[in-house]
Write a protein that binds this ligand. Structure first.
Ligand SMILES: NC(=O)c1ccc[n+]([C@@H]2O[C@H](COP(=O)([O-])OP(=O)(O)OC[C@H]3O[C@@H](n4cnc5c(N)ncnc54)[C@H](O)[C@@H]3O)[C@@H](O)[C@H]2O)c1
Ligand SMILES: [Zn+2]
Length: 362
C-alpha cells in the first residue's frame, strides 16, 4: 500500500492510501492484540462500513467497542463527547486502548477530541471516509467540538497514530460531498504546487468520476502537501495559515447562512475566487491565472458567483476567530503554486473584489 509519512517532534505517523483495504486495517495497527479498540462512527457510515470493519478487527484478534452518533455537524458537540466517554468507561476502555474514527470530518474531529481527552489522551486512528476528510481534516491533528457560540471553539492539537485511507469508500459518497472535497484539493495546487494545479486541470473529469488511479494520485499529493506544511508549523504560528486560502470570506459566508446553504468546500470555493480577485487587483496574480482558477472550480461543480453583497459579508470578517486585532487576514496567491499571508488588505479592496464576484452572474 502507498504511504505518506508525516514527521513531527512528538511522533511521526504514516498515512496509508489504498483501495478496498478497509478490512485490512487490523494488519497495520501498532497495538498488542489484548488492547481494546473503540470504533466511533455515525448512523450513516456505520451501516455501510462500521460492521464489517469491527468484524475484521475481531478477526485480527482485537477486542472492540462500537458506538454510532447521529449523522450531522450538530452532533460534533460536548453532548456527543460525553456520551462517548460514558460508553468508553462502561466498556472498560483504558490507557492501552485506542480510538478509531470512522467517518467524515465531523466524526474525525469529535472522535479525535474524545481520544485527546479520555484519560488525558489515548491513541487515535483516523479512518476518513469523505474526500474532505481524506485530503484535509484527518491529517494535521486538529480535533474539536463545536460550542453553541461558535464552531470548533473547543479543541486541541492531537496527532493521530496513523491515518488509514480506503479510496473505495468514496464510491458511496454523495457527489456534492466529492465536489466539496475537491475545493480543498484545488486549494493545495494554488498555494503550493503549480504542477498539481495543471494536473487537476487536465484530469478533473476523471477525478470527479472517481477514477481510482487518479483519486489515489490526488489524495496522496494532497496529504503530502498538507503533511509538509504541518511538519514545518504544527501549531499554526505561520506557514500553516496558508491552508486558510479561501477561508476568510468562505467562513463569513458559512456563518451568515448559518451553515445551512453551503457545504464547506463550496463556501471555500467562493472565498478562493474572491481572494484571487484581490490578488489580481494588487498585481500579485495574473488576471488570466485568476480566471483559470475560477474555471477549474466551476468545472469541478463548485460555485464561483457570490450571491451576497459586500455590505452583508464585510462586517463578519473582523469577527473571524483568525482575524488579528479586528483586521481580517487573507491568504493571497502569488501566481499559481505560491501564496502568502496578508493582514493589510483594505476594506475597499475586499469590497471591490466581492462586487466583481457578484457581477460574473451576467
Ligand atoms: N480537523 C481539521 O483539520 C478539519 C479540516 C477541515 C474540516 N474539518 C471539519 O470537518 C467537518 C466536515 O467534514 P466533512 O465534509 O467530511 O463532513 P461530514 O463528516 O459531515 O460528512 C459529510 C456527509 O457524508 C457522509 N459520509 C461520510 N462518509 C461517507 C461514505 N463513505 N459514504 C457515504 N456517506 C458518507 C456523512 O455521514 C455526512 O452525511 C466539519 O466539522 C469541519 O469543521 C476539520
Ligand atoms: Zn477547509
Amino acid at each position: 500500500m502507498d504511504t505518506v509519512q508525516v514527521d513531527l517532534p512528538n511522533g511521526s505517523y504514516k498515512i496509508y492510501v489504498g483501495t478496498g483495504t478497509l478490512e485490512k486495517l487490523g494488519e497495520y495497527l501498532p497495538f498488542e492484540k489484548k488492547n481494546r479498540l473503540f470504533v466511533i462512527t455515525n448512523d450513516l457510515v456505520g451501516p455501510l462500513y462500521g460492521n464489517s470493519l469491527v468484524e475484521s478487527l475481531q478477526q485480527y484478534g482485537y477486542k472492540t467497542l462500537y458506538q454510532q452518533v447521529p449523522d450531522g455537524e450538530e452532533y460534533k458537540s460536548f453532548a456527543s463527547a460525553e456520551e462517548l466517554y460514558t460508553c468508553a468507561i462502561k466498556g472498560g476502555l483504558d490507557r492501552g486502548s485506542a480510538v478509531i474514527a470512522l467517518g467524515g470530518g465531523v466524526i474525525g474531529d469529535l472522535a479525535g477530541f474524545v481520544a485527546a481527552t479520555y484519560m488525558r489522551g489515548i491513541p487515535l486512528i483516523q479512518v476518513p471516509t469523505t474526500l474532505l476528510a481524506q485530503v484535509d481534516s484527518s491529517v494535521g491533528g486538529k480535533v474539536a467540538v463545536n460550542h453553541p457560540l461558535g464552531k470548533n471553539m473547543i479543541g486541541s492539537f492531537y496527532q493521530p497514530r496513523l491515518v488509514f485511507i480506503d479510496l473505495q469508500v468514496l464510491k458511496t459518497l454523495d457527489p456534492r460531498e466529492v465536489r466539496s472535497g475537491l475545493a480543498e484539493v484545488i486549494k493545495y495546487g494554488v498555494i503550493q504546487d503549480r504542477g498539481f494545479f495543471n494536473f487537476l486541470e487536465e484530469h478533473l473529469a476523471g477525478v470527479k468520476a472517481l477514477d481510482l488511479d487518479l483519486l489515489s494520485a490526488v489524495v496522496k499529493k494532497s496529504c503530502l502537501i498538507k503533511g509538509r506544511i504541518v511538519e514545518k508549523d504544527e501549531k499554526e504560528r505561520g506557514l500553516r495559515a496558508l491552508l486558510n486560502f479561501g477561508h476568510t470570506i468562505g467562513h463569513a459566508l458559512e456563518v451568515m447562512t448559518d451553515y445551512r446553504v453551503y457545504r464547506h468546500g463550496e463556501a471555500v470555493s467562493l472565498g478562493m475566487v474572491a481572494a484571487a480577485e484581490i490578488a489580481a487587483d494588487r498585481g500579485l496574480l495574473a488576471r488570466e491565472e485568476a480566471e483559470r482558477l475560477a474555471k477549474l472550480l466551476a468545472n469541478a461543480g463548485l460555485p464561483t458567483v457570490i450571491p451576497f453583497s459586500a455590505d452583508e459579508i464585510i462586517p463578519l470578517l473582523s469577527r473571524d476567530k483568525k482575524a488579528q486585532g479586528g483586521r481580517p487576514r487573507f491568504v493571497l496567491p502569488l501566481g499559481l503554486g505560491k501564496a502568502a499571508l496578508f493582514d493589510d488588505v483594505e476594506e475597499a479592496e475586499i469590497r471591490e473584489a466581492i462586487e466583481k464576484c457578484r457581477k460574473k452572474e451576467e
